[in-house]
Ligand binder design. Structure first.
Ligand code: ATP
Ligand code: MG
Length: 352
């Protein structure tokens, strides 16, 4: 498997190094033929090359089997005149990574703020909504009408709703056979109305999978009350962003939030959280988000091109994570005192 590695900003380099230690152990155990290309994006690229993403990087990534990306300090890049585009959004759009799959589950040994054990997946639409291009002149999403009035546009299209709904139902068919579509169709009647229509259409194509529809505000409350009643949650881009931080935190920490951004031809492993500049460089970040994202990417590759060894490697990484945290190998966000690198090693040691 040819993997491009972009360590990213803030805690990115630390959690990426820990993740690569786990990858090395898994590749050795399962005989994966890994070929890594180390590249830069974000601040490192801005200072070296004058842009956060060099255009030639896209070709490198397109030719590879997958991308492992650390978190990027998106806020810092807003001034596009300085070469600052958001690498995460850039690859999501250019590679058409339309489905952001964000699992969350509780682990024995990890304190979590809910009474319930749970295991769910948030499926977040990844290409439109409020995240269409920022610049209105380029068909983007925000416009200052006067100095004091801004209009933000949310783009929702039927094809994008249809494919995210289909992805959610396919996933649910392999799990507990329930999809919860989260929306605000009582206010956003047209956009979320369209989203719901496509969820119902997908439900009709998957008669074995139940569809439940929940308004996003009620969903926030229901998730706090009892996350165990959900299996696959499908929603539009921004609701998915918000709810998946919540589900990760409900599982114990935002630092457990892994994700894969999946398209038909490409996929990118990426922690669900940001670059956490407040704890960067202190060896306190939880690397498990990116470790679990890597496992998702190996799975994705195994299903398409790599074969069953990749799925076995993914399962062994997930099992090693569960074993390590149960043994009390915890970073501060999980209530422990272990460092980023040490937790990476603790997981790598347990990969079988
Ligand atoms: P973004 O806009 O990129 O999503 P954000 O503003 O949502 O960024 P994060 O960088 O996700 O912010 O950080 C939110 C909080 O969670 C911070 O206090 C940060 O330290 C903490 N945090 C995020 N990731 C981790 C991690 N892997 N381990 C420990 N704490 C983390
Ligand atoms: Mg965030």
């Amino acid at each position: 498997m040819h993997l491009v590695v972009l360590p990213g900003d803030g805690i990115g380099p630390e959690i990426t190094a820990a993740t690569l230690a786990v990858l090395e152990a898994a590749a050795n155990r399962h005989g994966l033929n890994m070929n890594l290309t180390h590249e830069v994006a974000g601040h490192e690229s801005l200072s070296r090359h004058g842009t956060t993403v060099r255009p030639c990087l896209l070709e490198t990534v397109q030719a590879a089997d997958g991308l492992l990306m650390g978190p990027m300090s998106t806020y810092d890049y807003l001034d596009a005149g300085k070469g600052g585009i958001n690498p995460s959004g850039y690859f999501r759009k250019r590679l058409d990574l339309f489905a952001n799959i964000r699992p969350a589950r509780t682990y024995p040994g990890v304190p979590h703020p809910t009474r319930h054990e749970f295991d769910l997946i948030v499926v977040r639409e990844n290409t439109e909504g409020f995240y269409a291009d920022r610049n209105m002149a380029k068909g983007g999403a925000e416009m200052l009408v006067t100095e004091d009035v801004c209009i933000s546009l949310r783009r929702i299209t039927r094809p994008a709703c249809a494919r995210i709904a289909e992805a959610a139902f396919r996933l649910a068919a392999t799990r507990r056979r329930k999809v919860t579509a989260v929306h605000k169709a009582n206010v956003l009647t047209m956009g979320d109305g369209l989203f719901l229509e496509e969820c119902r259409r997908a439900a009709a194509n998957h008669p074995g999978v139940e569809l439940e529809e929940v308004i996003v505000d009620a969903m926030a409350a229901l998730l706090i009350r009892d996350p165990s009643r959900f299996d696959v949650i499908v929603t539009t881009n921004m609701f998915g962003d918000i709810l998946s931080d919540m589900t990760a935190e409900l599982s114990g920490s935002i630092g457990l939030g892994g994700s894969v951004n999946a398209g038909t031809a490409h996929a990118m492993a990426q922690a669900a959280h940001g670059s956490a500049p407040d704890i960067a460089g202190q060896d306190r970040a939880n690397p498990l988000s990116l470790v679990l994202s890597l496992a998702q990417l190996l799975d994705w590759h195994g299903e398409r091109r790599g074969g069953p060894a990749y799925a076995r490697a993914a399962r062994s990484i997930e099992a090693a994570v569960a074993e390590a945290v149960e043994a009390g190998e915890l970073t501060p966000d999980l209530g422990g005192r272990l460092g980023t690198e040490a937790l990476g090693q603790a997981v790598a040691r347990r990969v079988r």
